[in-house]
Design a protein around this ligand. Structure first.
Ligand SMILES: Nc1ccn([C@@H]2O[C@H](COP(=O)(O)OP(=O)(O)OP(=O)(O)O)[C@@H](O)[C@H]2O)c(=O)n1
Ligand SMILES: C[C@](O)(CO)[C@H](O)COP(=O)(O)O
Length: 250
């Protein structure tokens, strides 16, 4: 498939759509990224968002290994010409991020990668553009929104009841979203170091950089409440309402 070339002097930008999860919390016979959302699968909507972004040169899809052929069909039928590769994911989200990094192993360390949850199909062009723009200065960029709820840390008491242990200052708390963008040399080094740690666990890629490359600041840019992660039953209905609202606004 033809891949756009970046303008001379600017780094090549690959978006990796991570769709390697099984959707245990959603339940159902098939992973949630294959559920329809107003007529198109959640996976296709995520892929389409990055294909439509002028800042993105190429899209890689990381899919549940048994469903790679299905993802190929979705991409081919949708005519998403920026998709260059569809590769099998791993057992954890971090394994799937590493599969994406392997798929761009031929790219230079100064090129960029945006790692995105396929389960966030409502990501906006504004978020993608801001993420790429911030990478002109930062090696790692996360998208996040403030918390409108009070967030507490909990622990079990002596009888096993959950009790509050602390109430962190809400003003400094953010809820992380995706995409999370990186210069390739930064995210490669962070994941290499993480691989060497037998106690490694991470729920996102910015966390991998923070932990294993503490000298690299992770810049935060504003996300959007509408950039939800379809996680639990009921979230598809919420996403459909949000999608309708967004389409009416355009
Ligand atoms: N081994 C994995 C696990 C997750 N993901 C992707 O990472 C994103 C965020 O993960 P999550 O919402 O947790 O998806 P699942 O892992 O599928 O859900 P669950 O944890 O409920 O099983 C999703 O797009 C998911 O497909 C992935 O590519 N590979
Ligand atoms: C990356 C992420 O979407 C940021 O909020 C989130 O950490 C993914 O977590 P999950 O447990 O894989 O849903």
């Amino acid at each position: 498939m033809p891949i756009d070339r970046p303008a001379p002097g600017r780094p090549h930008v690959t978006a990796a759509v991570l769709a390697g999860g099984v959707g245990a919390r959603m339940g159902g016979p098939r992973p949630k990224q294959l559920l329809p959302l107003a007529g198109r699968t959640i996976l296709e909507r995520s892929v389409a968002a990055f294909c439509a972004a002028p800042q993105v040169d190429e899209v890689v899809v990381v899919m549940v290994p048994d469903l790679v052929a299905e993802a190929e069909k979705i991409v081919a039928e949708g005519g998403h010409g920026k998709v260059s590769r569809i590769v099998p994911g791993g057992a954890s989200r971090s394994d799937s991020s590493r599969a994406a990094l392997r798929a761009v192993a031929h790219r230079g360390g100064g090129d960029l990668v945006l790692l995105h949850d396929a389960a966030r199909p409502l990501v906006s062009g504004r978020i993608i553009a801001s993420c790429v723009a911030a990478l002109a200065e930062a090696g790692a960029v996360g998208v996040a929104v403030p918390s409108s709820d009070t967030v507490v840390e909990v622990a079990a008491d002596t009888r096993g009841h959950e009790v509050i242990r602390s109430v962190p200052d809400r003003a400094v708390l953010r809820r992380m979203q995706t995409p999370q963008g990186f210069r390739l040399d930064v995210i490669r080094r962070a994941h290499e170091r993480a691989l060497a740690d037998p106690g490694f666990v991470a729920t996102d890629d910015c966390g991998v950089v923070l932990r294993y490359l503490p000298e690299e600041p992770v810049r935060i840019i504003p996300g959007e409440e509408g950039n939800i992660k379809v996680t639990h039953p009921g979230d598809v209905a919420v996403a459909e309402v949000l999608l309708r609202t967004l389409e009416e606004e355009r």
